[in-house]
Design a binder for this molecule. Structure first.
Ligand SMILES: [Zn+2]
Length: 145
């Protein structure tokens, strides 16, 4: 028998399932449960990452044991340095200012997040227009359906 939670997870698009899987790994390792993936224009997951701020070790090329070891940063760090205007980053929690900055620098065209974070996030606590005004492209925020 499939639990209601599992059924809800199974009903999500693949990028959401992957991002929530990353978030679950963070929780299991004592970090803030946030996960992220980047998809190409055709929807293929090309990078994934998770928060590792409370972990004392991790693979080469990812941040851990620091307050800036957010899921978006570790996901973007896995990407070669080129633009991604037709790509989407899927994040389980609304990106903070640091991560919005990284997303803009990485030139990822679309941001989708599952949950709002009114305690620290630009689109809900500041109004959302600051990152958009500084970006030369559209950053759309959409929640999973
Ligand atoms: Zn962040």
């Amino acid at each position: 028998m499939v639990s209601a939670a599992q059924a809800a997870l199974d009903s999500l698009e693949l990028p959401w399932r992957s991002a929530f899987g990353c978030a679950w790994q963070s929780a299991q390792n004592g970090s803030v449960p946030v996960g992220a993936v980047v998809t190409s224009a055709d929807g293929t997951v090309i990078a994934s990452g998770r928060a590792r701020s409370m972990e004392t070790s991790g693979p080469v090329g990812v941040l851990f044991n620091t307050t800036i070891a957010h899921a978006e940063i570790n996901t973007i760090a896995a990407l070669p340095p080129k633009g991604y205007p037709d790509h989407t980053i899927w994040v389980t929690l609304e990106p903070c200012l640091q991560c919005i900055g990284a997303i803009v620098v990485a030139r990822i065209g679309t941001v989708r997040f599952a949950g709002s974070d009114p305690s620290c996030c630009p689109s809900s606590s500041i109004g959302g227009d600051i990152p958009r005004a500084r970006a030369s492209r559209s950053i759309a925020s959409k929640r999973p359906r």
